[in-house]
Design a protein around this ligand. Structure first.
Ligand code: DC
Length: 219
């Protein structure tokens, strides 16, 4: 069994669903790196810091105590001791996390934390730059993606399930914008690592994807 499993890919590709399930099956630690950028973005919004103010954003990232804990089978995120699991999924935080994560000084604060969490091994991480930058030595790298329409549909349904107001066209536009920003930024842009396995999940069920990912983790 692989020791460090890195799953990268664009928004809505199903990374967190798959990473979480796989981690649970293997009794590995699941590290949601996007949640860390979301927590910084949430703090910035709360503090009224402009998303263009790289200096202040870096300060927030440096001062943020972000903890991830598995409680009652749920991955909970804490920011400076306060649980923010639900708040960081709000659409305005999703939108803010993209410019925040593009700030190199913010990434410089987050990447060492991610490496530290992964150092003990038996981990599944998901993000955008795990296989390329954070842990290029990961022994299993997967690039998970799906068509834009399918990813938008999945996110839309997820929001509805949570009882949050959602508009499919808006969700699609938001994902498209994030895709563009995540792949075109200068600092660690989203791209497939050369040694990552490309997995297009369009039209596949969660169980079908999980089956493929499980096989790669066991290979
Ligand atoms: O995976 P997510 O939607 O929770 O990620 C939130 C934002 O953080 C998204 O815009 C991409 C960014 N991100 C990143 O730049 N690097 C990572 N390792 C994880 C997420």
């Amino acid at each position: 069994m692989k020791n460090i499993i890195a799953i990268d890919g664009p928004a809505g590709a199903g990374k967190s669903t798959i990473a979480k399930s796989l981690a649970q099956e293997l009794a590995y630690l699941y590290i949601d790196t996007g949640a860390m950028y979301r927590a910084v973005a949430y703090q910035a919004l709360q503090s009224g810091v402009a998303l263009t103010d790289a200096g202040r954003l870096a300060q927030i990232a440096a001062g943020a105590q972000i903890d991830m804990r598995l409680e009652d089978g749920q991955n909970k995120i804490f920011l400076n001791g306060r649980e923010v699991t639900a708040e960081i999924r709000l659409p305005q935080v999703s939108a803010a996390a993209s410019p925040v994560s593009a700030v190199a000084a913010v990434r410089e604060q987050m990447v060492p934390k991610q490496r530290e969490l992964a150092a003990r091994g038996r981990v599944v991480l998901d993000g955008r730059d795990i296989g390329t930058v954070v842990l290029p030595q990961a022994d299993c790298k997967i690039y998970l993606t799906a068509s834009l329409d399918e990813r938008a549909e999945r996110r839309y349904k997820e929001l509805l399930t949570k009882g949050l107001p959602a508009d499919l066209a808006e969700v699609r536009r938001d994902i498209e914008e994030r895709d563009y920003r995540d792949t075109h930024r200068e600092a660690s842009p989203l791209r497939q690592a050369e040694d990552a396995v490309y997995l297009d999940t369009t039209g596949l069920s969660i169980e079908q994807v999980l089956q493929k990912v499980r096989a790669l983790a066991e290979a």
